[in-house]
Design a protein around this ligand. Structure first.
Ligand code: HEC
Length: 124
């Protein structure tokens, strides 16, 4: 009986170890996604989002932002932000806007949009 108990303990401990190493791996991956998202956001040849959206008080000296300041997006579901970047026309049910449908028109990949979502969830 004691042996069984010890075996159970051992497997519980290894399960815990496995879970926590997964969690930290997952956490690192998340940081990478945020960094990638920020890069896409501010890089002209990638998303160029900063051209139209002020974020965290950052902006580029443009003649006036075409898009709204992006803030408080951490309160929105990931899917809302994803859909807005994938195809703003469909997401907002509008027919004209300055923002390109980045996913639909193939400008940004699924992974790049997910990175933008991760980044936008960190801005105030
Ligand atoms: C040419 C200007 C322009 C560019 C570039 C642009 N946007 Fe937009 N964006 C807009 C406008 C305008 C809206 C408002 C849409 C509407 O309702 O007409 C908007 C809306 C959004 C929204 C929805 C905000 C809300 O509160 O519902 C998100 C999220 C967003 N943009 C993210 C991005 C990201 C990420 C990029 C870069 C990949 C980007 N935008 C590039 C102009 C732009």
């Amino acid at each position: 009986m004691k042996l069984v108990k010890n075996l159970l303990m051992a497997s519980a401990v290894s399960a815990l170890v496995a879970t926590s190493s997964f969690a930290s791996h997952h956490g690192e991956k998340k940081v990478d996604m945020v960094k990638l998202g920020e890069k896409i956001f501010i890089t002209k040849k990638m998303g160029n989002c900063l051209a139209c959206h002020d974020v965290n008080g950052k902006n580029i000296d443009n003649p006036g932002s075409l898009g709204p300041k992006l803030s408080g997006l951490m309160y929105y579901p990931d899917s809302y932000i994803y859909d807005a970047i994938y195809d703003i026309y469909k997401a907002k049910n509008i027919t004209t806007t300055a923002m390109p449908a980045f996913g639909k028109n193939g400008q940004l990949s699924d992974n790049e949009i997910n990175a933008l979502v991760a980044y936008l969830k960190t801005v105030n």
